[in-house]
Design a protein around this ligand. Structure first.
Ligand SMILES: *[C@@H]1O[C@H](CO)[C@@H](O)[C@H](O)[C@H]1NC(C)=O
Ligand SMILES: *[C@@H]1O[C@H](CO)[C@@H](O)[C@H](O)[C@H]1NC(C)=O
Ligand SMILES: *[C@@H]1O[C@H](CO)[C@@H](O)[C@H](O)[C@H]1NC(C)=O
Ligand SMILES: *[C@@H]1O[C@H](CO)[C@@H](O)[C@H](O)[C@H]1NC(C)=O
Length: 265
């Protein structure tokens, strides 16, 4: 009986998770710039505008996505597993990257940092792989994993306490995309929506909200919205450049009813 229950549990837990769809595309790499340096905004650090903190996500394993993967910057922070299909130059080991930028290369859906591109090569073949420059790959969206971080709020340098707050959500585990952020002065009943700005940046005028502040994050996964509340995230004297842990772990959110894969094989 115990064994039967155990099997039943395994079947149920499998049924409630999605297998990621595997897709085929080409991947290239950044030769002159990194996905954190100048991008299509002349002043920004990659189209997601993460800046140097992005190297704390997956190290140097970063990627720029096509407009459909970038998805108007809602794809910022999404994680992908990529496997190079070239049997001569590539080891076949998958590399995991996080999306930090947008590119407009029509041939490749993913343009990788050179470190991520080289990581797909067989031992001793990375220079040859760089020379080839573009390869067939299979890839899938996978949940991001940050073992030592919950979803956190990075307060951007141009915030002005107590009148203007600009933040970027960082270390967002899982598959969901943040589609709405609201803030509340602790113990007030009023929630105020933040406005999505360029990249993964959100801003709000907070004349009446000098802190401490609570947050609500609405995330969307496969078309369903779920809202999470995080109390007391920013202290009264929040600081520009500060990274504040929300206590929320989104790694297991949603994906009960994932859509069928269109390009699965
Ligand atoms: C896309 O990237 C490949 C490989 O780097 C390059 O050969 C090609 O010219 C690029 N295409 C565009 C439109 O930038
Ligand atoms: C919020 O209310 C609780 C309970 O009344 C109180 O202990 C706490 O100090 C209040 N916090 C602020 C920031 O006003
Ligand atoms: C989910 O939230 C987004 C952003 O607020 C909204 O545009 C969308 O309509 C919502 N979707 C559903 C199914 O409620
Ligand atoms: C993540 O959040 C939990 C509470 O939900 C907390 O116990 C834990 O310390 C947080 N982790 C970090 C690294 O702050």
């Amino acid at each position: 009986m115990g064994l039967f229950l155990c099997f039943l549990f395994i079947i149920i837990s499998h049924a409630s998770a999605c297998n990621p769809c595997i897709k085929l595309t080409k991947a290239s790499y950044f030769s002159k710039r990194s996905p954190l340096s100048l991008s299509y905004f002349s002043y920004a650090h990659g189209a997601c505008d993460y800046g140097p903190i992005a190297t704390n996500f997956y190290g140097e394993l970063l990627a720029a996505g096509s407009p459909s993967l970038f998805n108007h910057a809602f794809g910022c922070g999404a994680c992908f597993q990529i496997r190079c299909k070239d049997p001569v130059l590539c080891s076949g080991n998958a590399v995991q990257v996080v999306l930090t930028d947008l590119h407009h290369n029509k041939t490749a859906d993913l343009v990788l940092s050179s470190g991520a591109f080289k990581a797909m090569a067989k031992n001793g073949k990375s220079q040859q792989l760089l020379k080839v420059g573009i390869v067939d790959v299979e890839y899938s969206r996978i949940p991001c994993e940050y073992k030592n971080h919950n979803l956190s709020v990075l307060v951007r340098g141009f915030s002005k306490r107590p009148s203007y707050l600009a933040i970027t959500p960082v270390y967002q585990g899982g598959l969901a995309e943040i589609t709405e952020i609201q803030i509340q002065k602790v113990n007030s009943s009023k929630w105020t929506s933040m406005k999505k700005k360029l990249g993964a940046l959100w801003g709000v005028n907070i004349r009446q909200h000098d802190g401490p502040l609570s947050f609500k994050f609405t995330v969307t996964v496969y078309g369903s919205n779920v809202t999470f509340k995080a109390e007391n995230v920013l202290p009264v004297h929040w600081e520009n450049g500060g990274v504040y842990d929300t206590g929320l772990n989104l790694a297991k959110v949603g994906f009960k009813s994932c859509p069928p894969c269109t390009l699965m094989y």
